[in-house]
Design a protein around this ligand. Structure first.
Ligand SMILES: [Zn+2]
Length: 346
C-alpha cells in the first residue's frame, strides 16, 4: 500500500458528525471505504477531490445517516467511498500549494510521477479488482452556474446517469486526469457540479441523487431521448496567462472584467459580446486551448479598440469572479450545443 491511501471496511458513526475540515485528523489522509449493501457491485462515490468543495461529503454523510442500522449500515447497494484531499479540506482550500490538483492526476493525466498519481492509480486498481456499478465524483464551483453533471465519454449509460441529476449535461475531454474520465474505464461515470459551497440546495440535490443511485437496480443502456437532456460539449479552456494582471469592475489592471462576469455562464452569447476592457493592450491577452491543446484564442476572441469581444457565438461555463480560482484553475470553459451527437453515443 502506498503511504498515501488508507483503505478500510469499517466506518465509525462518529464520522457522520465530522465536518470536512475535521476529516484529516480523524482519517489521517485520503481514505477508501468499502461498505457492504444488499446489492453488488458497489456504487463508487468520490468527494473532496478539491478540499474546499464540501457538498459531496455533506451529502454522503446524510445518505449514510439515513441508513444507520443496528450493526452498521443497511444500504440498498454496496458503497465504495473515496474521501480525497483531507489535508486541503482541513485548510479549506482546493489543494495545498505543494500538492497537485487531485482531480488532474487520475490515470490518463498529462502529468506523472508524483505521489498524487500513485494514489489515484491505487484507488483505480482496487476498484477494477472489485468492479463498480457506477462512479460519481462530487464537486462545487465558484461562479453562478446551474447544477449539472459532466461525462467524458458519449455512452448511453453515463448519459443516463448524468441526466438523472438534471437536464443540463456537459461532455468534455479536457482537462485530462479527472476522476470521472479515469473511472469511465470501469463503468458509467459522472462528475456532479453542485453549485457553490454552502448552499443547502446543492447538498440536498446531491443527497437525493445518491439515494436514487443506491436504489437503482440497473442503468438503462438505450439512448437518452433528446428532449430529456441539454447536452453541451466543451470546446475550449480559457486561462489568463500569469504575466497579465486582471481585476473586476473599475479596479485598475491591464484586463478588467465586468463585476458580474459569471452571469454569462450557460448563456448563448452572440458574436461581439464584451468579455473585458483591455485598454492599453495591443493583442488579445487570453490563453485559449481546444480539445487537442492547440492555441485557438483567435478563433473565439478579438480585440476591438481595447475591448475584448467574442468573435463567434459561444456559451461559457464556470466563469468565476474569484481571482484565486482563475489563477489555480481557469477563467472559464467554452461550450457548444451537442444534442445532435446523442445518436452517435455508444
Ligand atoms: Zn472541484
Amino acid at each position: 500500500m502506498s503511504k498515501l491511501l488508507h483503505e478500510r471496511e469499517d466506518f465509525p458513526l462518529s464520522l457522520l458528525e465530522a465536518e470536512a475540515s475535521d476529516l484529516h485528523e480523524m482519517l489521517g489522509g485520503p481514505t477508501l471505504f468499502h461498505l457492504r449493501g444488499r446489492r453488488e457491485p458497489a456504487l463508487f462515490v468520490s468527494a473532496l477531490m478539491h478540499g474546499n468543495e464540501t457538498s459531496g461529503w455533506d451529502a454522503v454523510r446524510r445518505v449514510l445517516r439515513a441508513h444507520v442500522s443496528a450493526d452498521g449500515f443497511d444500504l440498498p447497494r454496496s458503497l465504495s467511498l473515496f474521501i480525497g484531499n483531507t489535508e486541503a479540506a482541513a485548510h479549506g482550500v482546493r489543494h495545498l500549494p505543494e500538492q497537485l490538483d487531485f482531480n488532474r492526476v487520475w490515470p490518463g493525466s498529462e502529468s506523472s510521477g508524483r505521489p498524487e498519481h500513485e494514489l489515484m492509480r491505487e484507488v483505480m486498481d482496487i476498484m477494477a479488482g472489485r468492479e463498480i456499478f457506477a462512479s460519481i465524483d462530487i464537486h462545487n464551483n465558484t461562479g453562478l452556474n446551474p447544477h449539472y453533471a459532466c461525462v467524458n465519454v458519449l455512452e448511453h449509460q453515463s448519459l443516463h446517469l448524468a441526466s438523472l441529476f438534471g437536464r443540463t449535461v456537459v461532455y468534455f475531454v479536457r482537462p485530462r486526469g479527472v476522476a470521472s474520465m479515469a473511472m469511465a474505464a470501469l463503468g458509467p461515470s459522472v462528475t456532479l457540479e453542485c453549485g457553490k459551497v454552502g448552499q443547502e440546495h446543492g447538498v440536498n440535490h446531491a443527497e437525493e441523487y445518491l439515494q436514487a443511485c443506491l436504489q437503482l437496480f440497473e442503468i438503462p443502456s438505450h439512448p437518452v431521448p433528446s428532449h430529456d437532456i441539454d447536452l453541451y460539449h466543451t470546446v475550449a479552456i480559457v486561462r489568463v496567462p500569469d504575466e497579465h494582471a486582471f481585476a473586476f469592475g473599475d479596479e485598475h489592471a491591464s484586463i478588467r472584467f465586468p463585476h458580474d462576469l459569471d452571469s454569462m455562464n450557460f448563456r448563448e452569447l452572440p458574436a461581439g459580446s464584451l468579455i473585458a476592457d483591455c485598454t492599453g493592450l495591443s493583442e488579445q491577452p487570453l490563453d485559449v486551448r481546444d480539445e487537442q491543446d492547440m492555441h485557438v484564442a483567435e478563433r473565439f476572441f478579438m480585440l476591438d479598440e481595447g475591448r475584448l469581444l467574442t468573435r463567434v457565438p459561444v456559451m461559457p461555463s464556470m466563469l468565476t469572479c474569484n481571482p484565486e480560482v482563475i489563477r489555480q484553475d481557469c477563467l472559464c470553459y467554452l461550450m457548444e450545443r451537442y444534442n445532435d451527437h446523442l445518436v452517435d453515443a455508444g
